[in-house]
Design a protein around this ligand. Sequence first.
Ligand code: NAI
Ligand code: OAA
Length: 335
Amino acid sequence: MFSRLVRPTLVSARNFSTSKQNNFKVAVAGASGGIGQPLSLLLKINPLVTELSLYDIVHTPGVAADLSHIETVGKVKGYNGPENLLEALRNADVIIIPAGVPRKPGMTRDDLFNTNAGIVRDLAKAAAEVAPKALIGIITNPVNSTVPIACEVLKQAGKFDPKRVFGVTSLDIVRANTFIADGKGLNPKDVSIPVIGGHSGVTIIPLISRATPSVSFPEDQLKALTTRIQEAGTEVVKAKAGAGSATLSMAYAGARFANSLLRGLKGESNVIEPAYVVSDVTESEYFSTPLLLGKNGIEKNLGLGKLSDYEQQLLKAAIPELKKNIKAGVDFAKK
Ligand SMILES: NC(=O)C1=CN([C@@H]2O[C@H](COP(=O)(O)OP(=O)(O)OC[C@H]3O[C@@H](n4cnc5c(N)ncnc54)[C@H](O)[C@@H]3O)[C@@H](O)[C@H]2O)C=CC1
Ligand SMILES: O=C([O-])CC(=O)C(=O)O
C-alpha cells in the first residue's frame, strides 16, 4: 500500500508546493537507532513532512547532517540529549517513537519492559508538555504495555485524547500480506490481510478468512501461516543472531503508518490503517483493529468484522495475555 505512495513521492518531492495544508512537523524519538535512521530517511522523502525533528540521546547531529543533504523539501534538525527533548517535540503534528532497546535471541518482548517502560514514560511526559495535540505512534516494545503507559502519562498531565495515541502494528499486516502473497504466487501489492489484537505472540491475530483477494489453505497450512505471522519478529531476531530485531521492514512499516496519519491530517478521505489503541471492540481495553484516520487522528474504529471459528479461538487466547500486558503498563505508570 505504502509503496504505491512512496514511489511517486520520490519523483515529486522536489516540485512540492506548500499552498495547501500539506506541511507537517514530524518528530522521531530514537532517530539514531536501527529503526530510527531508515525511518527518518523515508520520512525525509515524504513531501508532507516539511520539518523533520530527530531526537535521540546519541548521534543525532550526524544523522541530521547526513539526511539534510537530500534534495527534498523537509528541513531536518537534530536534537541530542534530554536537555533538548522539549525543543525537539515542540508543536509536532506527529511523533513517532522507536526509542528503546530491541530483543536478543531467547528474549520475549516483555523482557524489554524494564528498560523501555521508563523511556516511553519520559517521552510521553515531554509530548504532553509541548505537543499536546500531536498524533503519537509508539513502536517501542512491548507495544502491548508501552501504549497504556503513554496513555496513563497523558491522562496524568490532563492531555489525553484516545484518538491520538497509537501502537504501531503495521508491520504485522506488512508481513501477513507478504507471506500470503508468497504462498499463493500473488503480487504482495494486491494482497490485504487484516491483523488484529496486539503486537506479541498469541496476541497477533491474522484474519486470513478476510483476505483480499479471497484465499484458502488446508487447516495445517493455515495454522502454520498464522504461527509464522505471530512469530515473524522472532524469525528476524534469530537470523540477526544478537544484532537486534527487525529494523528495515519496521522502518518501512513505520513510514507507511506515519504517511497514513499525515494523509488523514491533510484531510484525505478513506485513509485506513490498523493500530493498537484504546478500544471497546473486545474485553481488552486496548486492541488493534483497522482505523479510519482523519484530521483529529482516529475518526472511526472499524472494529473486528466477522471472524472464522479458528480466528475466534485465536481471539480467546489473546485476551488474557493482552489484559496482563495492559495491567503491567498501567501499574507502572501509576507507580
Ligand atoms: N512495533 C513493532 O512492530 C516493532 C518494534 N520494535 C521495537 O523498536 C525499538 C527500537 O528498536 P531498534 O531501533 O532496533 O533499537 P536500537 O537499539 O537500534 O535503537 C534504539 C535507539 O533508541 C535510542 N534511545 C535509547 N533511550 C532513549 C531515550 N531515552 N530517548 C530517545 N532515544 C533513546 C538509542 O540511543 C538508539 O539510538 C525496540 O524496542 C524494538 O523492540 C522493533 C521492531 C518492530
Ligand atoms: O520481534 C521483535 O522484538 C521486534 C518486533 O516487534 C517485530 O519484529 O515484530
